[in-house]
Ligand binder design. Structure first.
Ligand SMILES: [Zn+2]
Length: 157
């Protein structure tokens, strides 16, 4: 083997080692920045409570569960926050946030969960998300909210 070819191969190997090292450094720096933003941000706090560590791996929640946990769904509270409604009340008169539909609203009576105490709200959410029966009920609740949105989000603009 000529010295030239050997050098070339060797350099190739070294640059691939450097490249993979740099890639992992960049990845971990990016994750750190992301974690920092996630820990110190102002939005998504309810999600932060349940998923405190950032990760590239999906959490394994379906669309309905994500809407419920993040509150980013067809809830009066969400629509109001983005100025799509003038108030955040449900048609029943109470504040229309996810927990209202999961525990109090009479439109969603058949899908109710027990009302959590304030201090145990996080555990309550975790219990729902780790129990298959509860997850099914949550899915039904969210489908109802999506399908019957005109009923619960009666706007009086
Ligand atoms: Zn209601």
């Amino acid at each position: 083997m000529s010295t030239h070819r050997f050098q070339g191969r060797c350099e190739g190997k070294i640059s691939s080692i450097i490249l993979s090292y740099l890639k992992s450094e960049i990845k971990s720096a990016a994750l750190n920045i992301w974690q920092d933003n996630w820990d110190n941000g102002e939005t998504g706090r309810s999600t932060h409570d349940i998923v405190p560590r950032v990760s590239n791996k999906p959490v394994g929640w379906n669309r309905e569960e994500i809407m419920f946990v993040t509150g980013h769904g067809p809830f009066p509270s969400y629509l109001h926050r983005f100025n799509l409604r003038t108030h955040d009340n449900c048609s029943c008169g109470e504040k229309g946030d996810p927990i209202h539909y999961a525990t109090k609203c009479w439109f969603t009576l058949s899908c109710h969960f027990q009302t959590p105490t304030v201090s145990l709200k996080l555990q309550w959410l975790k219990n729902i998300l780790t129990n298959n029966l509860s997850r099914t009920r949550l899915r039904l609740l969210m489908r109802f909210i999506c399908d019957e949105n005109n009923l619960i989000v009666e706007d009086n603009n």
